[in-house]
Ligand binder design. Structure first.
Ligand SMILES: *Cc1c(COP(=O)(O)O)cnc(C)c1O
Length: 388
């Protein structure tokens, strides 16, 4: 089994479970995204909800990215990390009044609005502050992302965005909402998308929507196509950096941008997933009636993706070179869904071994909970660990 290189000696001094962030991988990823977008003049906003660890946020801000926020808490975290206000976008189907007021006070770049009632509230709150809110209409493009149903967002049956059939009503209403300024459109069809034809379909749909806006004599300055680029969870050692070139090429080739228009992206997972691992200690190896269980000190309170989306994370035993055996790898939490992998081949495993759950940098630490009154997992960067 090919394994990643980890500072195992240093790990053994630390209390498990914890998240480990490899800053070299993060930096290489950010560099590659920048290399691809700079030649195309695209703008990338990092989707803060994937991971809001302050050290990572600062690194991403320093690389020149904007921030895509889905709550007031994320707007505060982005500002604290130093993201410029004019690079912050705010999406979400249920923005509370205090969150809208915060975004107005901070003069963020754009609200991605998702319904008529939301537009009315933003208009009213902006009027009370004598401000004009820049908005992009988040459109539900009815495009299938071919991903897990819980992370599909762009189908008519989903709660997100404005349906195409309601666009007439929205545009008829807009002139009355004097404190809103329409600057663009936005769409986000889902997450962990590996089939590029889904993004191609999104481009085709946006081209149609653009035609509709031309017919209504509305100029859109900004087109925001959201995020969703998937990563290779099976082979993080072979493909530690997603194929951004191929991804951005889909948009260069299939989206008809006007010369005055700027294309925006909101990538989360593809930027931070591979740099993170959850490091956990083996508490027990237990012989069950029909199979062997490896019982870790990490559970779904630390990494919920397998329990929530039946997600796969590669697992490596960092301290064993024994011949491989098959195990169910489980956590200590009192729920049967607290299972990381079934019938999984690991090097022969014993109590006290350290394992790495790979590609856990996105939707890992940020989704941790204290269920069973457990402590939240700690997090270390490779910079911190090498200074130990
Ligand atoms: C979650 C989300 C993203 C990021 O999705 P990834 O799959 O992590 O790239 C982008 N935009 C919006 C509106 C989101 O909700």
């Amino acid at each position: 089994m090919i394994k990643a290189k980890y500072p195992v000696e240093k790990f053994l001094q630390l209390q498990t479970p914890f998240y480990y962030y490899d800053m070299d991988i993060l930096r290489q990823t950010l560099q590659e995204v920048n290399r691809q977008v700079q030649k195309r003049n695209y703008v990338v906003h990092y989707a803060v909800k994937a991971n809001a660890n302050p050290v990572l946020l600062r690194e991403i801000k320093n690389a020149g990215f904007g921030a895509d926020c889905v709550s007031g808490g994320e707007i505060n975290a982005a500002i604290k990390a130093g993201f410029p206000k004019e690079k912050i976008v705010f999406a979400g189907v249920g923005k509370a009044d205090w969150e809208i007021n915060l975004a107005l006070d901070q003069d963020i770049f754009c609200f991605n609005v998702e319904s008529i009632p939301e537009m009315e509230v933003i208009n009213q709150l902006a009027a009370a502050k004598n401000k004009t809110a820049s908005i992009a209409l988040r459109i539900n493009p009815n495009v299938n992302a071919h991903t897990h149903q819980y992370i599909t967002t762009g189908l008519n049956e989903n709660k997100f965005g404005i349906n195409l059939s309601d666009l007439d009503t929205v545009l008829d209403l807009l002139p009355q909402l004097k404190n809103l300024k329409l600057i663009g459109i936005h769409a986000h069809i889902g997450s962990q998308i590996t089939d590029m034809t889904s993004f191609q379909s999104l481009c085709v749909r946006i081209n149609e929507i653009q035609q509709y806006f031309f017919q209504r004599h509305i100029m859109l300055e900004h087109i925001n196509v959201g995020g969703g680029l998937g990563i290779n969870y099976e082979h993080p050692n072979h493909f530690p950096i997603p194929d951004f070139e191929n991804y951005f090429n889909v948009f260069s080739e299939h989206l008809n941008l006007q010369p005055h228009q700027t294309l925006h992206f909101e990538l989360g997972r593809a930027i931070v997933a591979h740099c993170g691992s959850l490091i956990s200690k083996v508490l027990y190896v237990k012989q069950g009636a029909t199979k062997k269980f490896v019982i870790l000190d990490a559970g779904f309170t630390d990494l919920i993706r397998p329990a929530l989306y039946q997600a796969y994370h590669r697992i490596e035993n960092l301290t064993s070179d024994l011949p491989e055996e098959e195990y169910d790898v489980v956590g200590p939490i009192c729920e049967s869904s607290d299972t990381f992998a079934k019938n999984y081949s690991l090097n022969g495993t014993r109590r006290g071994d350290l394992v790495a759950l790979r590609s856990a940098g996105a939707y890992g630490e940020i989704m941790a909970s204290q269920y069973n009154l457990r402590s939240l997992p700690k997090a270390y960067t490779s910079d911190e660990i090498s200074a130990l």
